[in-house]
Design a protein around this ligand. Sequence first.
Ligand code: PLP
Length: 398
Amino acid sequence: MSICVPQGIISLDNILPDEPLLMMGAGPVPIPAKVAAANGIVINHLGDTMAQIIEQVKVMSRYVFQTEKGLILGVAGPGSAAMEMAVANLVRPGDNVLSICNGFFSSRLAEMAERLQANVTKVVIDERQAASAEAVEQHIIRTQPNVLTIVQGETSNTVHNAELEQICRVAKKHNCMVIVDAVCTLSTMELAMDDWGIDAVITGGQKGLSCIPGVSLVGFSEKAWNFIESRTDQLRHWCLDAKLGHQFWYKKSYHYTAPVSGILAIHEALRLVCTETLPVRFARHERCSKALQAAIEGMGLDLYVEQLARLNSVVGIRLPQDIIGKEVLRTMSNRYRVEISGSFGPNIIRIGQMGEQCRTHNLFRTIHALGSAFIDLGYKLDLPTGMAALESTLDNMR
Ligand SMILES: Cc1ncc(COP(=O)(O)O)c(C=O)c1O
């Protein structure tokens, strides 16, 4: 053997902190104990037990996606793989695609369509603004797209496309299929796949669902599935070919070895959503996020996006002059054991409000850590007023 045994490798016990940090960034988010336990189990991916679990995952996903007849597929891969599965199966080379680009992730959908050699028109929305249904309709009329891609919540700059429902309806009116990236929003706020006429909904595990990263879900409408089935050209992606995925998800047969532990974890995450119910979950997210926002403003910091276009699932905080985001993050992490996120461009830091992050005890700890970190870095702010705003908003929205 010419390659020697590596030296100096230390165990995870010596790398990871004794007490896990509180994950309050833009994902991954903390996972409930049931999800963590399920993620530690390995079973036969083609046996009867797995088949029963898959059936339940599909039933529960239909509730979470709000679709009666939509076809649910799991994807062994990150949210980006689910994005790519939706795009690769609904977009053919040469197709017209209209991509609403609010930022980093929605632009990724456009790039995926470009890589498939589609004719992509990008509508770049001004920073901190949401897309307007009226403007999107004009672009649809002008470019006659087969497919429109859009994000519900643009995690990168914390913008919410609040007119998503109207945009989907407008696209449907013009016979254009709609792909919605709901990676950070699914189960945190309303999204009605059937009712709004969405053809593909994409989600990842590690955000709204409070599950692990690396296992994702896609929902296709009946129209989208008919389109996929009628395609006679060979898809360029093998793993992400939805017709091949269908073998495993609907025919109990082999496509690739399914990520069984991750699917078990998704099962538990979905079960917890169903137990809580969507209306109760949406209200919990709204209450916690609004309280967090009030606390941030209460202590004297500015939110990045105005109310009308502001995402609740991930909250952006504008950094004051002379304050370096990385230092805030490092101080929060090292001294207060709370992790939040930096940015993909704008001068902001971001706090997530997805799944388990939306618990009042986590909010108090996060606001304390945020305010204290700024004070430690020499910035004057009013932490007690922020704390009081957190408490009173939680009380008022009880
Ligand atoms: C809105 C949105 N879309 C897509 C993705 C990509 O997900 P992943 O990083 O799991 O590939 C993310 C991840 O942050 C996201 O927030």
